[in-house]
Design a binder for this molecule. Structure first.
Ligand code: FEO
Length: 408
């Protein structure tokens, strides 16, 4: 009781998680809006907890649980995912209910052993299709390996048609409200959409094919979904199909017909090139966003890349290579295995050049659609160079429009 309170999703199903207002560095991902660690408590004949929270919030989830029931009464604990932000309070929960049984995937169990001494815990390994009856309700487990860790799974509460979806369909948003309809009222739908895309781009971009397969599996099983409750951010109760459709669209290569110019600069020469390039893009009727890497969190640049069908990378040459922040961006991007995007590169150089060539090598490694040749300018753009920049922008926008047609 007291000041801490669980939030009821449906009769007897409670959110007992924690709001992290302060986190801005989530394992390197810049979370400007903070996040939440959502976990859920089901009050049934056999009381069940789904997931825990990040270790520094153990006390908070325990207080939220206590606002509903004494933690010692918890009989089952489902661990859908062992990553630190969800599983590292497990030892503190287990200390309060040492005889509870933990339900986890095979890979989850192997991983959990690396974090805790599990020798005294009751562990039950589950796989897709396994069920657990807790009284009036049945839980159905669905393994989702590599969405986004090998151990990941989801839990479906059959009678209530609630999908506890773990990281999938989540967003890094700290908010006083828990549900999509409330969030849209107090903030906005576009902010919620932006947070979904941001999360997908930075965490789930590599797994588009798996996402399609998993959503098809859910449809094949005929699971009706009334509510999607992820382990971060807002819970989808008014329109769970909206986020399912957004995920399918993104997995199928959806992007906006616009161009992001992502660059860095030493003495403003490369930066100066962005102006006529941007003008050329706009004159082709294509929207354009310009992002300077040294002024922008990496995860925001990744999101802007993902929003746009076309991307132009601008880099000055430093010691015959790309500027380090540009190399860092492309290295990060390669790990995310981007698809269905067209890319080109430009930049200034002083003597040998090299940055543009290096950028194209990265594009080839990633298997992106390539716009060639790139554009290099010696020291500083002359008026003839500006004209070339303008034409480069126009031609890139034309090619982007043409490429975009494939996805319509
Ligand atoms: Fe939110 Fe993969 O942890």
């Amino acid at each position: 009781g007291g000041n801490m309170k669980a939030v009821e999703l449906k009769n007897g199903i409670f959110w007992v998680g924690a709001i992290d207002w302060a986190v801005r560095d989530f394992h390197g991902y810049v979370t400007q809006r903070g996040t939440t660690y959502n976990n859920y408590l089901i009050m049934d004949d056999e009381i069940t907890l789904l997931d825990t929270v990040k270790y520094d919030f153990a006390e908070i989830t325990i207080k939220n649980i206590k606002s509903v029931v004494e933690p010692s009464k918890i009989k089952h604990i489902v661990i859908n995912h062992i990553e630190n932000d969800h599983a590292t309070s497990l030892d503190k929960i287990m200390a309060l209910t040492p005889n509870a049984t933990i339900y986890i995937t095979e890979k989850g169990k192997k991983g959990l052993e690396r974090f805790f001494d599990i020798s005294k815990w009751n562990m039950k390994v589950v796989k897709t299709g396994d069920t657990l009856n807790i009284g009036k309700r049945t839980l159905l487990f669905l393994e989702t390996p590599m969405l986004h860790w090998p151990d990941s799974m989801m839990t479906y509460i059959k009678e209530d048609k609630v999908l506890i979806s773990q990281d999938a369909f989540g967003q890094h948003i700290a908010s006083a409200v828990r549900f999509d309809d409330e969030f849209v009222t107090c903030q906005s739908m576009s902010e919620l959409d932006d947070a979904v895309v941001d999360y997908y781009a930075n965490i789930l971009m590599p797994f588009g094919q798996l996402i399609k397969t998993k959503i098809a599996d859910i449809q094949k099983l005929g699971l009706e979904i009334d509510m999607i409750a992820p382990d971060h951010g807002i819970i989808w109760r008014s329109n769970p199909n909206k986020v399912l459709q957004m995920y399918l669209d993104m997995a199928n290569g959806r992007a906006n017909l616009n161009v992001s110019i992502i660059y860095d600069t030493m003495w403003h020469s490369t930066e100066y090139m962005t102006l006529p390039i941007m003008q050329g893009i706009k004159d082709e009727g294509v929207e354009c966003k310009v992002i300077k890497l040294r002024s922008t969190p990496m995860s925001d640049a990744i999101k802007e890349f993902w929003h746009s069908r076309g991307c132009l990378i601008g880099s000055p040459t430093l010691n015959n290579l790309m500027y380090p922040t540009v190399a860092e961006f492309l290295y990060h991007l390669r790990g995310l295995r981007p698809k269905n995007r067209i890319a080109g590169a430009f930049g200034s150089y002083g003597w040998g050049g090299g940055a543009v060539k290096e950028a194209y090598e990265e594009f080839k490694r990633m298997g992106l659609e390539i716009f060639e040749p790139g554009l290099q300018v010696l020291y500083k753009a002359s008026s003839e160079d500006e004209e070339k920049c303008y034409e480069f922008g126009r031609e890139f926008a034309r090619k982007t429009k043409e490429y975009h047609k494939k996805f319509e």
